[in-house]
Design a protein around this ligand. Structure first.
Ligand code: B1M
Length: 224
């Protein structure tokens, strides 16, 4: 094990404790330490924060923790995003050109937005105009915003199995309205898979926030 592996391990352990204890101040401090220590904010988010939240989800599923614990964990991560990770990502981004417009949102019935917000931010700092409709977004509102903003891509996020069918609902509505060729559709979120995206005839599946940028570049005809 290298010293860097050890540092990442201890960072992960400390953050796990902060998340479990709902300690926002400590979460912020750890994020600052990681970035000052040379870790990129995207690496910090994708390699440490995201897996830790997945573990929190597993503990919740096993009934080892309950909804208030899930909420506390989310608040720590949101504070880290707001105070450290988002400003650091923006600071590192270059002045980008307009690659296209993406309307993003979390599907109806679903209020999870930590991952969707990261996807939106990464798209934005990599040159896309992002219209973020927030959470619990209806199919009609996605289509309305895409038309009003002359979007190139509609990006749907879902973390709940019951909100996933709204992804295929949107594609069917677009087909029904004769708009399917006008907008590319990318889908993502923890329970969403590449196979699901294919099955519902989405144009693409995004596995994480970095992959979503590469995929949207490809969808607007740019090299990845
Ligand atoms: Co909830 N929750 N939650 N939750 N929650 C999950 C999703 C769950 C898997 C936990 C579990 O049981 N294991 C489970 C869903 C089960 C299912 O349906 N399959 C669950 C449940 C059941 C619930 C409630 C129903 C609990 C209840 O009330 N009894 C409730 C639902 C409320 C609702 O939405 N109506 C609920 C509530 C909450 C909180 C509010 C407490 C909080 C959310 C706070 C917030 O987002 N503002 C919360 C949290 C934190 C989680 C877990 C623990 C973490 C989610 C997260 O932020 N992950 C989650 C466990 C899990 O996901 N396994 C869980 C980190 C994030 C960075 O990853 O969102 O996957 P992710 O995003 C990634 C990629 O997926 C991808 O890129 C992102 C960044 O790299 N991606 C895209 C995402 N969207 C994309 C879109 C793209 C492309 C890529 O293109 C457009």
């Amino acid at each position: 094990m290298t010293s860097t592996d050890l540092e990442v391990d201890s960072l992960r352990r400390e953050l796990d404790q902060a998340i479990a204890g709902g300690d926002q101040a400590r979460g912020i401090e750890i994020a600052r330490e990681a970035i000052d220590g040379g870790m990129t904010p995207t690496q910090m988010f994708l390699e440490i924060v995201q897996p830790l939240l997945y573990d929190v989800g597993k503990r919740f599923e096993r009934l080892e923790i309950f909804l208030p614990d899930l909420m506390k964990a989310a608040k720590v991560v949101q504070a880290m995003q707001r105070e450290v990770l988002e400003p650091a990502i923006r600071e590192r981004s270059e002045e980008a050109t307009q690659l296209g417009t993406v309307v993003v949102g979390t599907c109806k019935g679903d209020i999870h937005d930590i991952g969707k917000n990261m996807v939106g931010l990464m798209l934005q700092v990599n040159g896309f105009r992002v219209i973020d409709l927030g959470t619990d977004v209806s199919t009609q509102d996605f289509i309305k915003a895409a038309r009003e903003n002359n979007a190139d891509i509609i990006g749907l996020s879902s973390l709940l199995t019951p909100s996933m069918p709204y992804m295929s609902d949107l594609i069917e509505r677009l087909e029904g309205l004769g708009l399917r060729e006008q907008f590319k559709v990318i889908v993502g979120g923890a329970p969403v898979t590449e196979a699901y995206a294919e099955r519902i005839r989405a144009d693409a599946y995004g596995s994480d926030a970095v992959n979503a940028v590469q995929t949207c570049r490809r969808l607007v005809g740019l090299e990845v």
